[in-house]
Ligand binder design. Structure first.
Ligand SMILES: C[S@@+](CC[C@H](N)C(=O)[O-])C[C@H]1O[C@@H](n2cnc3c(N)ncnc32)[C@H](O)[C@@H]1O
Length: 297
């Protein structure tokens, strides 16, 4: 294969993806996928190929080793996954159903930190697999989800489309707006448009990448196991530099300050023992054994 993995944090490069599907009956689904790529102007070119053999774990490993370009798989249930180093990863929002239904400030540290209410407008500037966005949106808030990697944005858009077909998810899905963009350019556009009242933002949420080897168990101080979603993301995106961290935080703070009605806040997710983003001390922190949410207001 000639194309290589997309350069980390370089989303402007047109990326080729290999899409494997199982049966001819999935053509309509593939067309919907292509339509999403066009509609959202994702710089993705799909090479499609029907799989002739069953997708066992061994086959997944083989495919991951053979192809240098990212692999997407449309399985028997029409679920789209990204095959990263033999691991199938997908947003799998349905698996969060119980958490989303019972989410509240008692059960979710993120909601304690973000103080989101049903009339809040929230920007999740680093959407990833969208799990934290779902928790934030469970409150009734409107979520703008920014994701710089086109492949991740595609997975999110496909998941939103898939879940919108389920009646009990429709309302929540309609509150999510997914945009494939770099957060800093999006912030710059918002800041240039201070007169537009509809753009008042209550919360900006940041969960940037963190060096893979620095997740620590707070009790033992040793390296903690990273979940498969995060392992996969490390293939695609790199942690920000200190300068990028500073810019991210400064712009996010400027965006929430533009909200003249309410006191907005920026919330940053960090591994529990990690230094603060851009080394800037927060006003308040909430933590458990694994993660910490730093609030700036
Ligand atoms: C740690 S993950 C976020 C995980 C997410 N909170 C979740 O619940 O799944 C960070 C994500 O942010 C994206 N990202 C990092 N910097 C970004 C930026 N400047 N603009 C937009 N997306 C960014 C990365 O591509 C990656 O998908």
């Amino acid at each position: 294969m000639s194309a290589s993995r997309p350069a980390a944090n370089n989303p402007n490069v047109q990326s080729y993806c290999q899409l494997f599907y199982i049966s001819d009956s999935q053509q309509a689904q593939i067309e919907r996928l292509q339509a999403l790529i066009v509609q959202h102007q994702l710089p993705i070119v799909l090479n499609t190929e029907q799989l002739s053999v069953k997708l066992t774990q061994k086959r997944r490993q083989q495919l991951s080793q053979t192809f240098t370009l990212p692999i997407l798989v449309l399985d028997q249930k029409d679920k789209l996954s990204w095959l990263s180093d033999g691991l199938s990863v997908a947003p799998e929002w349905d698996k969060l159903q119980r958490r989303v239904v019972s989410a509240g400030r008692k059960s979710e540290l993120l909601l304690q930190a973000a103080k989101v209410t049903a009339d809040s407008r929230v920007i999740d500037a680093t959407a990833g697999f969208g799990h934290d966005s779902l928790i934030l949106a469970s409150t009734g808030a409107q979520l703008t989800m920014l994701e710089q990697q086109p492949l991740m944005a595609l997975l999110l858009l496909v998941e939103q489309q898939r879940m919108s077909a389920q009646p009990n998810w429709q309302k929540l899905m309609s509150r999510l707006q997914i945009i494939n963009t770099d957060a800093l350019s999006y912030f710059a556009t918002l800041q240039a448009d201070i007169t537009n009242e509809t753009k008042a933002v209550d919360v900006v949420y940041l969960d940037p990448m963190f060096p893979e080897d620095s997740y620590q168990d707070s009790k033992t101080g040793k390296g903690a196991k990273v979940g498969k979603h995060m392992q996969a993301l490390h293939q695609l995106a790199s942690p920000p530099t200190l300068d990028e961290e500073r810019q991210m935080l400064q712009h996010a703070q400027a965006i929430v300050r533009q909200n003249s009605d309410k006191q907005g806040r920026v919330v940053v997710k960090r591994p529990q023992l990690a230094p603060a983003l851009a080394n800037q001390p927060p006003n308040e922190s909430w933590h458990n054994e694994a993660v910490r949410f730093d609030g700036y207001f």
